[in-house]
Design a protein. Structure first.
Length: 61
């Protein structure tokens, strides 16, 4: 799946935490069409800041 095809919206606390366990880097190259609330984590997957990650590139929302 390319970046342009990606559409991810994580709403619940539990789902976000599950994604963070395997998430290392969020990299966006086209911020003009993307809204990203960054979530900071440590190497031990401790959540420092909670937020919703929502990206949409070239898609109607």
């Amino acid at each position: 799946m390319s970046t342009e095809e990606t559409r991810m919206e994580i709403r619940s606390h539990d789902n976000l935490l599950e994604v963070l366990k395997s998430l290392v880097i969020i990299q966006m190259k086209h911020l003009d069409e993307a809204t990203v609330i960054v979530v900071a984590i440590t190497g031990q997957n401790e959540v420092l800041e909670m937020g919703v990650v929502k990206t949409y590139l070239g898609q109607d929302v």
